[in-house]
Write a protein that binds this ligand. Structure first.
Ligand code: SF4
Length: 359
């Protein structure tokens, strides 16, 4: 069965590290967008009903209730095995949580990013650890136990001590799922641009170096494992049974359909994506991408999963050169018919995956 992704790109501020197609737009743009997205959703013909739903952003916890209701009504009637809403801390109230549950949502992903106030202020975020703790308790009281917290390793000003303090909050709050992303320097975020141009704004001059960031990530892997959260994908950690069913579809090459700004889709054979600016989304059709090469994708998408992949005989032979190179370097491990990233290999994954493209 397929997953459905709904993009809600509206935020109350643009965070300095953010390179997503999201931001602060006028109320008119928002209304026009909601109408366009509903039209897109209603126009889809379904061969089978989806079984997972994911509202990402942007900040979908800011969605007006009428819009959320209309999206749920436009979905083919099916029993959703998982329905996630991304929330920015500071947007969760008891009324909102009850409404989300009544609408069929059963998983909340909180974009906390850090529990350190100086780090948060440099990103433009206004929440505090206490707000996060209170909102988690509100969500649990409303019956939502399937909770994720997002953290970013490598934020400006981050140190081993401040990172350990953030991980202590994770232990205290005990969410069953945590995502740890490594901050990537690129010109699509204000902070990334500042770093590339040698500036100092947004704490750019205090960005941890690559070695420290790798150390922070490794500390998280160990701390989360001791808290019972096993790493099942490069950036994702969960208690058994709480792995994200929707996100697993991406890594297992199962079909998913995205609606809204910059939303990506894959029907098992073809990939396409929506334009990434509002004007283009209103005016242009989706952009068809090159036909998927399933063998290549099994490597550079499937290897993100810690359990690894089971290449076919043809794949062992086609990719013999990159497999041999990275096995020799200790970055890949072979376990019978399984191939997976080693602990060191996880940190070099982008470089490793490149070798499987057009191999
Ligand atoms: S990080 Fe989240 S809340 Fe901040 S601008 Fe990006 S999408 Fe919006």
């Amino acid at each position: 069965m397929a997953g459905v992704y709904i993009a809600y790109p509206f935020c109350s501020q643009k965070c300095t590290f953010c390179n997503f197609a999201s931001g602060v737009f006028s109320p008119d743009s928002r209304r026009r967008y909601e109408e366009a997205l509903l039209n897109e959703l209603r126009a889809r013909s379904w061969t089978s009903p989806p079984d997972t739903l994911y509202f990402g952003g942007g900040t979908p916890s800011l969605m007006p209730r009428d819009f959320l209701r209309a999206v749920m009504e436009a979905m083919p009637s099916a029993h959703l095995g998982e329905a996630t809403l991304e929330c920015a801390p500071g947007t969760v109230t008891p009324e909102a949580a009850e409404f989300w549950v009544a609408s069929g949502l059963d998983r909340i992903s909180l974009g906390v990013q850090s529990f350190s106030i100086p780090e948060l202020r440099l990103t433009g975020r206004r929440h505090t650890p206490e707000i996060v703790a209170r909102e988690i308790s509100v969500l649990r009281s409303a019956g939502i136990l399937n909770l994720n917290i997002d953290l970013i390793a490598g934020l400006p000003g981050q140190t081993v001590d401040s990172w350990r303090a953030s991980l202590d909050w994770i232990e205290r709050l005990s969410p069953p799922h945590v995502s740890v992303y490594i901050f990537e320097v690129d010109e699509d975020s204000r902070l990334g641009r500042e770093v590339v141009n040698g500036g100092r704004r947004y704490g750019a001059a205090t960005l941890p170096g690559e070695d420290l960031t790798a150390e922070l990530y490794e500390i998280a892997v160990d701390c989360l494992a001791s808290a019972g959260l096993a790493r099942y994908e490069i950036s994702n950690f969960a208690r058994p049974g709480f792995e994200s069913r929707h996100n697993l579809k991406y890594w297992q090459l199962e079909p998913y359909f995205g609606f809204g700004l910059d939303a990506h889709s894959f029907d098992g054979l073809r990939r396409w994506s929506n334009p990434d600016t509002l004007d283009a989304y209103f005016a242009l059709p989706p952009i068809e991408q090159a036909a998927a090469d399933r063998a290549e994708e099994r490597f550079f998408v499937g290897l993100r999963l810690m359990r690894g992949i089971e290449p076919s005989a043809a794949e062992w032979s086609r990719f013999a050169e990159p497999i041999g190179k990275w096995l020799d370097a200790g970055m890949l491990e072979r376990d019978g018919s399984l191939l997976r990233l080693s602990r060191h290999g996880v940190l070099l994954s982008n470089e490793i995956f490149q070798d499987f493209i057009h191999a």
